[in-house]
Design a protein around this ligand. Structure first.
Ligand SMILES: Nc1ncnc2c1ncn2[C@@H]1O[C@H](COP(=O)(O)OP(=O)(O)OP(=O)(O)O)[C@@H](O)[C@H]1O
Length: 418
């Protein structure tokens, strides 16, 4: 592994225009990728992890130049990808390959596996059919298949085997960088480990740089050296796999770790359950984009809350402000509290007084008064301030205002991957 990154992604943005009305005017933007930075060195595997819709696939297609970024820069082997053209661009396209999510739809059913795997060679100018076949067979063998498989058709193979064939096709041009999008999510659990171990072998044997995309941190752990945790178009934590697993710094990372099935329930500890979906990236929340779901959302300074107790108050406040609470559904304040998982009495008397008044207003049908009372008292700093990716005591950066409570000066490494 050299020190110079093979791939360097800086402040990458991909914003899609949202059009509406008869004239299809641009009325907003989907910020699918919104300022993502990371490096990948030769022979290194970087994992990009997050729930569906966080912007992982868009990051992949944008960094490979399959879609033009709307901001930021991608450098490959020291050159800005946007500046490449002609032969240089073709060379980049050879050296940087992608394997898409679903191996079942990856092949032309009329072509043999050998023809499919050899196709990129023909596209890139290898005219000699015997030579193409020879290279295709070699690479099929490398991924665990045999020469006779080259003459069979994709339908004759299982999902795991098709994923091997898809990998063979991506490797046939001898790339330096491989982007693999959800390599095992379409596969039976029984074959997932085999494919991950194959990826690990290929990376070491071929000194491949890899960007592995997954919604599952345990998949990333099998193959990657470093990880970027992505939420709503941004990296919220980035660091070595061990650091992310042993000392996660962002509540979203905690939640993704809790989602990993743990064979021994006693080892699970305090599982963090994530509720709700990823918000619409065309209309992201103000402040920290994770605050509507964050179990550790910060309470206002004026009140004392026991750990995690403020979450329920924040939920009530957001629901009342959004107009999604129907007062007719509640007979009394207790019913409101029960619905939102609020304690019958908050330990801080001042907070309890405000909450009690707001619940009373709500039950009386005065939603505006309840919303105003809750907003005035319980606005969280997480709704006002958008945390940047900053160094933490764990040695890797995270974007959480709780971590920002330390005195450290972010310095230049705030935007430079560690
Ligand atoms: N061409 C497009 N036009 C408008 N919005 C788009 C476009 N492509 C993606 N998006 C939006 O960008 C966001 C990020 O999508 P993306 O597919 O990158 O996420 P993902 O994390 O890879 O999820 P998945 O695993 O489901 O593919 C989503 O809200 C998606 O709807």
């Amino acid at each position: 592994m050299t020190d110079e990154p093979l791939l360097s992604v800086r402040d990458l943005e991909k914003h899609y225009p949202v059009r509406s009305g008869v004239l299809r005017r641009v009325s907003g933007h989907v910020k699918a990728v919104d300022g993502v930075s990371f490096d990948v060195r030769a022979g290194e595997a970087f994992g990009l992890v997050g729930e569906s819709g966080c912007g992982k696939s868009t990051t992949a297609s944008t960094l490979l130049g399959l879609e033009a970024p709307t901001g930021g820069e991608v450098r490959f082997d020291g050159r800005a990808v946007s500046s490449l053209d002609g032969g240089e661009l073709e060379r980049f396209r050879r050296r940087a390959q992608i394997v898409f999510q679903d191996p079942n739809s990856a092949f032309d059913p009329r072509m043999t596996v050998g023809e499919s795997v050899a196709e990129p060679l023909a596209i890139h100018g290898v005219r000699d059919a015997d030579r193409r076949r020879e290279v295709a067979v070699d690479v099929l063998e490398r991924v665990g298949l045999s020469e006779s498989d080259a003459d069979r058709y994709p339908r004759e193979f299982s999902g795991g085997q098709k994923q091997r064939i898809a990998l063979a096709r991506a490797l046939v041009l001898n790339p330096d960088l491989l982007v693999v999008d959800e390599p095992v999510s379409a596969l039976d659990v029984s074959v997932q480990a085999e494919i991950l171990s194959l990826l690990e072998d290929l990376r070491t044997e071929l000194d491949l740089a890899m960007v592995l995309i997954s919604h599952d941190l345990s998949v990333v752990r099998e193959v990657c050296d470093r990880v970027g945790v992505m939420y709503l178009g941004e990296l919220v934590e980035r660091g070595p796999v061990d650091g992310i697993f042993e000392d996660p710094q962002h509540p979203y990372t905690d939640a993704l770790l809790s989602a990993i099935p743990e064979p021994d329930p006693r080892a699970r500890g305090d599982a963090v359950e994530l509720t709700g979906d990823v918000p619409d990236p065309a209309n992201p929340p103000e402040g920290c984009s994770f605050h509507p779901r964050c179990p550790s959302v910060i309470p206002p300074d004026a009140f004392e809350f026991e750990d995690g107790r403020f979450r329920a108050v924040h939920d009530l406040r957001l629901a009342v402000a959004d107009g999604t609470v129907d007062p007719d559904e509640y007979d009394d304040a207790r019913a409101v509290r029960a619905e939102f998982g609020l304690a019958n009495e908050l330990s801080d008397p001042d907070a309890e007084r405000v909450l009690g008044e707001a619940c009373q207003s709500l039950v009386a049908g005065d939603v505006d008064a309840a919303a105003a009372r809750l907003a005035e008292a319980f606005e969280s700093v997480c709704e006002r301030e958008d945390p940047a990716l900053e160094p933490t005591e764990a040695g890797h950066p995270a974007a959480c205002l709780r971590r920002g409570e330390s005195e450290s000066d972010p310095g230049p490494e705030a935007t430079t991957p560690e």
